[in-house]
Structure formats: C-alpha cells, structure tokens
Design a protein around this ligand. Structure first.
Ligand SMILES: Cc1ncc(COP(=O)(O)O)c(C=O)c1O
Length: 444
C-alpha cells in the first residue's frame, strides 16, 4: 500500500501557493524519477506506469539511456540553432529519417514545441495551401488550448468558456458508437454520421469550397479513447476529396507507435494530407511537428515560423529515439499488437463481470474502459472512476482518466508482458471494489 508523508503534503501546499491551478488527478503523485515501466514519487514509492506521463514516454519512462546520452552530448555542443535564420544538420537529418516512417514519399516538415503549436501551424498551412478560411473538427475532440486550436477543441466546456467567440470551425459528431449521437447501431447505420456532414453543415452552414481542412484525431484521446469504425476514415476522406478539403490527422496522442502503427491513421488505410505530432516524438523534451504533403507546395518565407523549433538538444534525443524505432519497427508492431490484444481481452472480461464497466475498447496500447452507473442506462459513473483511479494508485498503478467517465490505459509500448499483466490485475481489483461499493449503495 502506497504511503504519503508530510513531504508530499508540504509540496502540494507550496504548489498551490506558487503555481496557477492545474486539473490534476484524484490521487497525489509527486514525480521524482522514472525508469522503463516504472515511475517513482518523491517518497520513493514505485508505481507501474499506465500513463506514459500523458502519452509522452511511449518508449519507456524517462526514455532510453542512448536517447539521454545523445541529448547530453548535444547540450555541450550547441542547443539552439536559430533555425528561423540559420541552417543546421540535425533537423534535416531528423526530417529525412521521419519521412521514411511516413506512408508514401514526399513530405515536408515544420518543427515547433508542442501539440497545440503543431496544430496552429496546420491551421495556417491549410489556409495558405487552399486559400480557404474555415476548418471542420469533431465534437469531443482535443487539439490544444491555444486560441487558434481552441476553435477546434470541443471536448469540455471548461476548455473554451470565457475564451470565445470562435467563429471559423464547424463541428460535427464523432462516430462514438457506444453512445451514437444518432441513436443508431454500426454497421446497420450505414455511417449515417458521414451522410449528416454532407447534408447538414456542408449544405446549410458553410460552402464546401470555403473549408480548408478537417481536423481529426484518428482515435479520440482526451475525449475518451474512442475508436471509430474501421471504414469511417475511408468514407470521410472520399467526401473531403470531392470538395478539395484537406484531412489533418492529429497524431499528437495516438501516433508514434501507440496503436501498433507509427501513425494511428495507418490503421484505417487512409493517407492524410497533413499530420501533426508532438508528445512521444520528443522523447520527453518539447517537440511538435507539422508534416505536409510536399505536393501541397511551400509557404511564403515568414508566413509562419518560431524561435525554438528544431532545438538541437531536443532533436538529438528525438533522432536517437527514432533511429531505434525505425530499426525495430516490425518487432515493435507485432509486440504492441499482441500485448494490446491481451490487454483488451482482459478489459472485455471486466466488462462482462462488472456492472460499472460499460465499454472496453482500443487499438494497440491505446485502451480504455468506460464506467457507467449501469449497463442499460449508461449514465456516466464519474464518482466510481475517481474511486478506481485513487484505489489503483494506492496499490501501485498510475492511470489517467479520459472523457466524462473513461479510464485510459496508455502504458509505455515497451512495457513487459509481466508488468502489463500486473497492472491489469491491480486495475481489476480496484474495479471490483468500486463495483461492490456501487451495488452495496444501491441495495441500501
Ligand atoms: C490529440 C492531441 N492534440 C493536441 C494536443 C495538445 O498538445 P500540447 O499539450 O503539447 O499542446 C493534445 C494534448 O493532450 C492531444 O492529445
């Protein structure tokens, strides 16, 4: 059982005094160090990590020793190359290696410092390439919290309230089949949600020739780890191509091997026009990438740029990490597939056994359970989720929430089979206890 002392309590008090508020988990994890499958708090407690520190440490907590060595070496040489005005070798080497991971040939790269920044750039590039002003995005999506990306993001009111008005994005329902916005069932629905886009917003709200790009998380992340039907993006791409609308695949959370493919969109057999990446691509340091189909053209110099993009210390780590991923791609893909299948089976068993587990879903090691008060009514079990997150933490497992009442499982994709199984055991025990408590509460 994890014990927290005054050391953690004092840190929390000082944090509240000096830092503006953050959302934070219902448990108190004060990060100290990490190593592979494990994270350690400042008290020395060890946890199995099912968070990858919000999808960043896909290749193990605190990244590989080789990656850290590459960063250290570059620190003593030159950190900041001012790529905006000067040239440097590493960012070009990295872009060349990254282009080898992309579907098809012919991509151009723009580096920045975060997911939001990568998406900001994608909005501007799409506007420039098409000469159009509007964007489209899904309800329940998350693309960042900057003013520009907030026009796309629509997973929670708290992200947007007080910051509008946002005028240039049209939102449409995501194919969230567990809670179908049209009350239908797949595949009988015939993807009514695509038909809706054609017949409603693109017929009544904005002319399709005014829309520059459609932003999509291939698997919705912050909105609840929601996987669309496998033919969804093929149909969506067909519709967008009819009207010259670019598809932007936001791979910030779902990309970089998370789903067992380098790009999550690869699972759906679709090639997007623009990809955005961040989180795991930086191996623990801040890196964003906006990747555009080269045939879309170039941007006028100065139309978009930043000071820090292409920072050499950051790219040194990212380059070293990507070399490893490239060399082991096939092995990683098959291991993630088999670990993911094992974990999803365990989650599906929990759904069968426990009333409060309404749904179990995911691809690769991007997995979730959605908690409900009862399976029929599907009322989100928000309190029960808190109980589970906290109980699992007390038993040595770090988990994150997603959406209104889902728990996401996002361990390093390199996690050992043994630790994956141990983590799932801890999760199941916590679900079992919360389930029993809920049933007890109801019989009172
Ligand atoms: C899909 C997606 N896009 C964009 C972002 C924003 O990234 P950042 O927090 O690095 O700005 C996130 C962050 O969680 C994300 O999950």
């Amino acid at each position: 059982m994890v014990k927290l002392t005054n050391k953690t309590k004092k840190l929390v008090a000082r944090d509240r005094k000096f830092l503006l508020s953050q959302p934070r988990m219902p448990y108190t994890f004060a990060a100290d160090r990490g190593d592979g499958d494990y994270a350690y708090d400042i008290e020395g407690n060890r946890f199995i990590d099912f968070s990858s520190f919000i999808g960043v440490y896909n290749m193990g907590v605190n990244s590989d020793k080789k990656v850290r060595e590459a960063i250290k070496k570059q620190l003593d040489k030159l950190m900041h190359p001012a790529l905006l005005e000067f040239y440097a070798e590493l960012p070009v080497d990295f872009a060349e290696l990254l282009s080898g991971m992309m579907p098809r040939a012919g991509w151009k790269f723009f580096f920045s410092n975060s997911g939001a920044e990568a998406n900001e750039a994608a909005i501007k590039f799409a506007n420039l390439f098409t000469g159009r002003q509007y964007t489209m995005a899904f309800y329940n999506s998350f693309h960042g919290r900057t003013s520009g990306t907030l026009s796309l993001t629509s997973s929670k009111i708290v992200h947007r309230e007080h910051f509008g008005p946002f005028t240039n994005t049209i939102h449409v329902p995501f194919p969230y089949c567990y809670r179908c916005p049209f009350g239908q069932e797949y595949p009988g629905c015939g993807l009514a949600c695509i038909d809706y886009i054609r017949k409603q917003p693109l017929s009544k709200e904005v002319g399709p020739n005014e829309v520059a790009a459609f932003f999509a998380e291939p698997v919705q992340g912050e909105g609840g780890y929601i996987v669309p039907p496998m033919d969804y993006y093929r149909e969506l791409k067909r519709l967008l191509e009819e009207h010259g609308i670019l598809l932007v695949s936001d791979e910030v959370q779902a990309g970089y091997m998370r789903t067992g493919k380098f790009l999550a969109m690869d699972n759906f057999g679709v090639v997007a026009d623009i990809y955005t990446m961040a989180k795991a691509i930086g191996a623990g340091l801040p890196l964003g990438a906006t990747i555009t189909r080269a045939s879309l053209g170039d941007i006028p110099p100065g139309a978009h740029a930043n000071t820090y993009g292409g920072n050499l210390a950051v790219i040194a780590g990212a380059f070293e990490q990507l070399k490893g991923v490239r060399a082991n791609r096939a092995k990683l893909e098959s291991e993630i597939k088999s670990k993911g299948a094992f974990a999803l089976k365990r989650l599906a068993e929990m759904r069968e056994k426990y009333q409060i587990v309404g749904d179990a879903r995911g691809i690769g090691l991007m997995l979730a359970i959605e908690l409900v008060k009862d399976k029929k009514g599907k009322e989100p079990a928000v309190h029960e989720r808190e109980l589970i997150l906290k109980d699992a933490f007390d038993n040595g497992l770090i988990l994150l929430g997603a959406g209104q009442s889902a728990i996401r499982l996002v361990p390093p994709v390199t996690i050992s089979h043994e630790n994956l199984a141990k983590g799932l055991d801890i999760l199941e025990q916590s679900v079992k206890r919360a389930n029993a408590e809920t049933l007890k509460g109801r019989s009172r």
